[in-house]
Design a protein around this ligand. Structure first.
Ligand SMILES: *Cc1c(COP(=O)(O)O)cnc(C)c1O
Length: 395
């Protein structure tokens, strides 16, 4: 007799995080799916070899990768998830699944930098042209659609500048012309936004960020609706960019605590955002959960929470003073990526990248990531940072 694992369709997300992907009966009673290091899978007979469909070679998935992909598919409310060795690999796969030479792509001007490089590099070399659009264009995207537009790429809130996009409006315009809407949902994680429910066809997660949650593994996930599963299955097999079993294990381990971490990240992120907003050194805080943020209404409509990555636009100040601020921080590490337990800060330069929107280089922009430290300690650290900035400016 096996213990009833309950009706998973009935559970809320927090409960799903605890029950998804577990199969103790198949693993000697062990609670968590173990790490299966596997390339070759042996079969009992020639007949079994020929009939094998699910587990037949390590690159196509193992009893370690299946629970993670199935869990993400459930949380994203999608039909199936394919896993990749990084978020970038997931983005490459999602785009290559739908474009061919001669096609046109519409990409948000606020796309993650390496997504933009993909458009300006590989896609361009393949003969695919990309037009970057204003992330706040909404239904107006219909005017940019061409007969050969096959993919609209969205990301909300956008990288570095945090504009919230109207996914239902983008989806309607894309579908009207036979294109697909592919979106990067990393900021919200599958807990705070489900783009497929809002009309997107594909939702991408850089699992490296909140899903892994500890800055120690790289993972990407592409979740599709049923209509596009064949295109995704094909590109997954063609690219062969499967993640390793240890990283999948860390992704599944990370999922178990995702909701409590996100809740804390959300609170601390908002506390820091509100604190920054009161500072005389700050011109604007780019955080969609702030009531006066231009994206607030859309965020409130489409998201169930805010993660802890946001932007801070400073009043004009020389670059060495900004560097002095960053150098003085003890709790905010200076480094790329985010989604771990530790806070990070980064100077960013959207004016060097964008072409559909304008960002004024006179106002330095910082990207702040709030980790799980005590918010008052973080604020004290930032306060010291502004003191050093003032000293460097006045020196
Ligand atoms: C980090 C990131 C990615 C890429 O993920 P990697 O695992 O670093 O390749 C994609 N999209 C967004 C929004 C990201 O922040």
């Amino acid at each position: 007799m096996t213990k009833d694992s309950g009706d998973k369709g009935r559970y809320r997300d927090e409960t799903l995080l605890s029950v998804l992907g577990r199969d103790p009966a198949a693993n000697h009673g062990v609670v968590n799916p173990p790490v299966y290091h596997a390339s070759t899978i042996l079969h009992e007979s020639a007949a079994a070899l020929k009939e094998a469909t699910k587990t037949y070679y390590g690159r196509y998935g193992t009893p370690t990768t299946f629970p993670l992909q199935d869990s993400i598919a459930t949380l994203e409310k999608g039909y199936r998830t394919y896993l990749f060795g990084s978020g970038k690999a997931a983005i490459v796969a999602a785009l290559l699944a739908f474009v061919k030479s001669g096609d046109h792509v519409l990409m948000t001007d606020s796309a993650y930098g390496p997504t933009r490089s993909l458009a300006n590099g590989l896609l361009k070399r393949m003969g695919v042209e990309t037009t970057f659009y204003d992330p706040c264009i909404g239904a107006g995207i219909a005017d940019l659609m061409r007969a050969n537009t096959s993919v609209v790429v969205g990301e909300s809130p956008g990288s570095l500048t945090f504009e919230v996009q109207d996914f239902p409006a983008l989806a309607a315009a894309a579908h009207e012309r036979g294109a697909v809407l592919v979106v990067d949902n990393t900021w919200a994680s599958p807990l705070f936004c489900q783009p497929l429910v809002l009309g997107a066809d594909i939702s991408i997660q850089a699992g490296t960020k909140y899903i892994v949650g500890h800055s120690d593994a790289m993972l990407g996930a592409v979740t599709t609706t049923e209509a596009h599963v064949e295109a995704l299955r094909r590109i997954f097999e063609e690219l062969g960019a499967a993640p390793g079993p240890d990283d999948c294990y860390l992704g599944l381990r990370g999922l178990r605590t995702l909701s409590v971490r996100l809740q804390r990240h959300q609170e601390t992120g908002l506390a820091l955002a509100r604190w920054f907003r009161e500072r005389p050194e700050v011109r604007q805080v780019l955080h969609p959960a702030l009531e006066d943020d231009p994206g607030h209404a859309l965020w409130k409509r489409d998201f169930s929470g805010a993660s802890s990555l946001f932007g801070v636009v400073l009043e004009p100040v020389p670059e060495p003073a900004v560097d002095a601020f960053l150098d003085s921080l003890a709790l905010f590490g200076l480094g790329y990526s985010w989604g771990g337990y530790e806070s990070l800060a980064l100077p960013t330069y959207p004016w060097k990248l964008r072409d559909a929107t304008r960002w004024d280089p006179a106002y330095p922009l910082l990207r702040i990531y709030a980790g799980l430290e005590d918010p008052d300690d973080l604020i004290a650290d930032l306060e010291r940072g502004f003191e050093r900035m003032a000293a460097a400016r006045d020196a």
